[in-house]
Design a protein around this ligand. Structure first.
Ligand code: C2E
Ligand code: MG
Ligand code: MG
Length: 647
């Protein structure tokens, strides 16, 4: 069926031919008439026809005029229709040129006839460069050419194709594109044209690749993450044959990372991790791959392992690069790793078992003094179970009143008098006897039991002082250790207030010991909490001072009363001049901040003497008193003079 425009054009052409014929007839007749007039036979003059024009001639004239008018009208309409069609065409061209998709029109032999602006932008070719050529000129080299030909052959056969294909831009860059090609048959039978529409998907593909990368990598260190580790292990294990192939999984955990993070902040912690990741990365090769599990845990997988010596060699090198000092924000940090190792096939035949057992071995390495490595052994699983058992037992210990407080007196070195006591919790286990806090406080911290436990300690200690005061016994201040978790609870200050109110203990009788790393984690919040406690009249001390990384600038901002020098500094003070000068500096620093000093862990007379020369007024240690139960410590309180001083 021809289109209305084509039909209109045909009609006007016929009508024009008809008009021309009619007017030719009239003209011919006029010419004949004029010749007859010359010969006295005028046709139109009427002389030869006294009745006027013959009727058919009049009709012809009218028809001529009518047809002329009709044709003129039709021609006008045709012109207007043409103008409209041109405007529509221009509009379509505008749309095509502004489309973000590239468009290309070819003839049936796939010679390019027309392209739009997006085509020029994407391919870099101007229309003139490509007209008359086939789309294979856009293909990405040898391999691309084959797929290009396949695609166009497919369209020639099936009439349609859609998919991704690689092409080359004019500047030589290769890029992926999403393309649709349709064959067009103008007469409904033979292909007359092909239309190809495509978009450059290099950006969306790069984004998808980036997302895929992020899902499998740790953004801080750029190392592959847990997901990638699982996939890597699975792919090795898929083809591994027990008895022929061997491999090792090493879990590397930094020993002091939490302290660094808490003391210097997450930013410094992150920088340390990134630096250590870089160093560890330098130890890897084709058979060794490094992953980050999260936090301060790294994993190395050694594939194609021949002997355990390879593992030991790597462990030594790991310890060396981690142990090398790291300068972070002006702080020189020393780290040590605890490493757990599991081997395939003896310690596990799937990824989960190998990771779990390496993890158990790592905890074992930590528990055995840190800075060492342990190969997994079956009894370790029993130890891990024991810890779980301890956790469940600890819950009932609190409910069944198996926890007790011991008190260790603090002495004033000048007067020899007891000026305070520190409450130290113990677990009176029905089978295992008295368990020291180091064995269960970390477990309580991990399982959340530290909150009710800490509350119980604080309440019991305050009740005890109240009892002593009521009995006329003055033991000075009661120092109570507060765990980080407990201190950061929003209810902490109100709960201290409630306990003081309940026991009727004057606030200045209570001293709270908070470790350096606790306050350096969230300094502003810690200062606020300190200010509230201080306003209540409670005394505040920094425990284990010197083991964290607190900055002097921050310390000044805390409303503190005392610094408790960690006992590790006192250990060699009488024999090692470096240790002596370190303690001296701490004492001077504390004094410059206007704080009182308490030295912990005084075990002999020489240490006590050294502290006395420094005018460090308060001491606490086995040389004076062991921590003992409330009944025993009271005897100390009555016996104010301290004989050991004279020893
Ligand atoms: P800390 O607060 O630094 O307590 C001092 C520790 O040093 C106590 O160990 C004490 O027995 C020990 N000590 C005192 N004098 C000497 C000495 O001359 N030589 C030696 N070698 N050690 C001495 P303990 O009781 O085993 O407590 C260990 C840690 O457990 C405490 O360190 C404290 O951080 C924590 N802790 C104890 N009780 C509690 C508690 O109720 N709550 C919390 N959150 N932590 C507690
Ligand atoms: Mg303490
Ligand atoms: Mg301490």
């Amino acid at each position: 069926m021809p289109s209305p425009a084509v039909a209109g054009r045909k009609f006007v052409s016929f009508a024009m031919v008809a008009v021309v014929l009619v007017w030719c007839l009239i003209g011919l007749d006029l010419w004949i008439a004029s010749r007859q007039a010359d010969t006295g036979m005028a046709l139109w003059s009427g002389d030869s026809n006294p009745q006027g024009l013959p009727a058919w001639k009049g009709l012809l004239l009218v028809l001529g005029i009518f047809l002329t008018l009709l044709v003129a009208q039709a021609y006008r309409q045709l012109l207007s229709a043409n103008r409209q069609a041109e405007a529509r065409l221009a509009l379509q061209r505008l749309i095509v040129d502004h489309a973000s998709e590239a468009m290309m029109l070819t003839d049936s032999a796939q010679r390019i006839l027309s392209v739009n602006s997006a085509f020029e932008q994407i391919t870099g070719y101007a229309g003139q460069d490509v007209f008359g050529k086939t789309p294979t000129m856009l293909s990405a080299g040898h391999q691309g050419l084959a797929s290009h030909r396949n695609v166009w052959d497919f369209v020639a056969e099936k009439g349609y194709w859609e998919g991704e294909i690689w092409d080359r831009r004019k500047d030589g860059a290769i890029y992926p594109k999403q393309m649709r090609i349709s064959a067009i048959c103008e007469d409904g039978a033979q292909i007359s044209h092909f239309v190809a529409v495509f978009t450059d998907i290099s950006e969306s593909r790069a984004q998808a690749e980036r997302l895929e990368y992020l899902a499998r990598h740790d953004p801080l260190t750029n190392l592959p993450n847990r997901l990638a580790l699982d996939a890597h292990l699975d792919s090795i294990l898929e083809t591994a044959v027990p008895g022929i192939n061997r491999m090792a999984v090493l879990i590397i955990d930094l020993d002091n990372f939490k302290t660094i993070n808490d003391s210097l902040g997450h930013h410094a912690g992150d920088r340390l991790l990134a630096e250590l990741a870089r160093r560890l990365g330098g130890l890897m090769d084709k058979t060794k791959r490094l992953f980050r599990l999260g936090g301060d845990e790294f994993v190395v997988v050694i594939d194609r392992l021949h002997s355990e010596e390879t593992v030991i060699e790597l462990v030594d090198r790991v310890a060396r690069v981690i142990g090398d000092p790291c300068d972070i924000d002006g702080h020189v940090l020393h780290s040590t790793p605890s490493i757990g190792i599991s081997l395939y096939p003896e310690d596990g035949r799937d990824a989960q078992a190998l990771i779990r057992n390496a993890d158990t071995a790592m905890y074992y390495a930590k528990a055995n003094g840190r800075n060492n490595h342990k190969f997994f052994t079956e009894p370790m699983n029993a130890a891990a179970n024991k810890r779980l058992h301890l956790e469940s037992e600890l819950w009932s210990a609190l409910a069944e009143n198996q926890l007790v407080l011991h008190y260790q007196p603090q002495i004033d070195l000048l007067s020899g008098k007891v000026v305070g006591v520190e409450a130290l919790v113990r677990w009176r286990h029905p089978q295992r006897g008295l368990i020291p806090p180091a064995e269960f406080i970390p477990v309580a911290e991990e399982c959340g039991l530290i909150l009710p436990l800490g509350h119980w300690v604080l309440l019991t200690a305050c009740r005890q002082v109240r009892e002593w005061l009521d009995a006329g016994i003055d033991m000075g201040e009661m120092a109570v250790n507060i765990s980080a978790h407990q201190f950061r609870q929003r209810e902490f200050v109100p709960s201290v207030q409630a306990i003081l109110a309940e026991t009727g203990l004057p606030a200045h009788r209570l001293e709270l010991e908070i470790t350096e790393s606790t306050i350096m984690h969230g300094v502003d919040e810690a200062i606020q909490t300190f200010a509230q406690l201080k306003a209540m009249g409670v005394k505040l001390a920094i425990d284990d001072f010197g083991t964290g990384y607190s900055s002097l600038a921050y310390l000044r901002r805390f409303p503190l009363d005392r610094l408790k020098i960690d006992r590790s500094f006192l250990a060699d003070v009488e024999t090692d001049p470096d240790a002596a000068s370190l303690v001296t500096s701490i004492v001077l620093l504390g004094r410059s901040l206007g704080l009182q000093l308490v030295a912990e862990g005084v075990e002999n007379f020489a240490q006590a003497e050294f502290l006395r020369t420094l005018e460090c007024e308060r001491v606490q240690g086995f040389h004076f008193y062991q921590p003992v139960c409330a009944e025993e410590v009271v005897g100390v309180g009555r016996f104010q003079e301290f004989a050991a001083l004279q020893a």
